[in-house]
Design a protein around this ligand. Structure first.
Ligand code: NAP
Ligand code: GDD
Length: 326
């Protein structure tokens, strides 16, 4: 049988890098879409260069997406590209809508025009539940987004469902709860904390400024979550799935675990800074992934505490290597 081919948008992001590794292990030919930049930032996929093929395209440019579908004729498309940082979505709401909402329809249109048998995965988000209508959240829970990012993701979710129902495209929406790793961007709270703890431990920083310590999230490990993306595209019928651990933790607990891991008391270092509070907050997210467990046979393998300790250790190593000029 010939190799399956996948196209990943957002390959330079956290999830793109883990998904590319996983698809290569499954024997796929992997193409990664990158947008033009004057400086190439491929830190997360440097180790994959040579095994994957990078192709240029942009979610803002319809023709580039059609051309890529025609050139590659992928079996599967994973649409991971987005403006994914929630606070930026208040500062740049229109751009967020262009990338994160309208970008989805551009990828779907390219599939509809070129080859409707291409399977499509949309990176939807628990941020769509926002001010939650029920706890825990399932595939049936109504959405109530609290940020321009969340609103854009709701559009992406429903347009995916609509192209499945209108054109019979095998299109799935994965409603993924927060997932983290040592490759997480430094602006997200888990990595901000683990990087901050490592810097404080190494004497490079003396405080860590944070916003709302009461917010609670259902945090999982990114390496586990990309497997669920793949599983969704291997089923007899396309469908939507919640992917979560079913356990919530507060930012305060996150901080406590990370500081304790290096033998420090967080209360001496953490300062509350109003600049990190949001115009509208999502207080508590907790997912019920029973459907994914039953239909996909998926389950999380890394606990919250294990993941935070893994991230602190990785940041300590990274910063120590930088010191040695490595
Ligand atoms: P990330 O690290 O922020 O990566 C985002 C990716 O999108 C980057 O590769 C970025 O490329 C690319 N991108 C942004 N705008 C683009 C454009 N106009 N054209 C082409 N590429 C563009 O995000 P992530 O954490 O890996 O998340 C992956 C996806 O899952 C995102 O859609 C996110 O919204 C969604 N999601 C994430 C989580 C989570 O907890 N991580 C949970 C639910 C859903 P550059 O390198 O060029 O910037
Ligand atoms: N970023 C950040 N920085 N968040 C902070 C801080 C801080 O200094 N202090 C407290 N928080 C709180 C935020 O207010 C929020 O309630 C929580 O920590 C998590 O923030 P983020 O890590 O920025 O993630 P997010 O939940 O807003 O969004 C992430 O998860 C979504 C899935 O629910 C992103 O990955 C989204 O792209 C994703 O869709």
């Amino acid at each position: 049988m010939s190799k399956k081919t996948a196209l990943i948008t957002g390959i330079t992001g956290q999830d793109g890098s883990y998904l590319a590794e996983y698809l290569l292990e499954q024997g796929y030919k992997v193409y990664g879409m990158v947008r033009r930049s004057s400086v190439e930032k491929f830190d997360r996929i440097d180790h994959l260069i040579g095994d994957i093929e990078l192709v240029q395209g942009d979610l803002l440019d319809q023709l580039s997406l059609i051309s890529l579908m025609e050139k590659i004729r992928p079996d599967e498309v994973y649409n991971l590209a987005a403006q994914s940082f929630v606070p930026t979505s208040w500062a740049q709401p229109t751009l967020t809508a262009e990338f994160t909402a309208v970008g989805v329809i551009r990828v779907l249109e390219a599939i509809r025009l070129v080859d409707r048998s291409i399977r499509f995965y949309q990176a939807s988000s628990s941020e769509m539940f926002g001010k939650v209508r029920e706890t825990p959240q399932t595939e049936m829970t109504p959405f109530y987004p609290r940020s321009p990012y969340g609103v854009a993701k709701v559009f992406g979710h429903y347009i995916t469902v609509n192209y499945r129902e209108s054109y019979g495209i095998y299109a799935c929406s994965g409603i993924l709860f927060n997932h983290e790793s040592p490759r997480r961007g430094l602006e997200f709270v888990t990595r901000k904390v683990t990087d901050g703890v490592a810097r404080i431990k190494l004497g490079k920083q003396d405080e860590l400024r944070l916003g709302n310590l009461d917010a609670q999230r259902d945090w999982g490990y990114a390496g586990d979550y990309v497997k669920a993306m793949w599983l969704m595209l291997q089923q007899p019928q396309p469908d939507d799935y919640v992917i979560a651990t079913g356990k919530a933790h507060s930012v305060r607990e996150l901080v406590d675990i990370a500081f304790k891991h290096v033998g420090l008391d967080w209360k001496k270092y953490v300062k509350i800074d109003k600049a990190y509070l949001r115009p509208a907050e999502v207080d508590l997210l907790i997912g019920d992934c029973s459907k994914a467990r039953k239909v996909l046979g998926w389950e999380p393998t890394v606990s919250f505490e294990e993941m935070i300790c893994m991230m602190v250790d990785a940041d300590l190593k990274l910063l120590s290597e930088e010191d040695k000029g490595g």
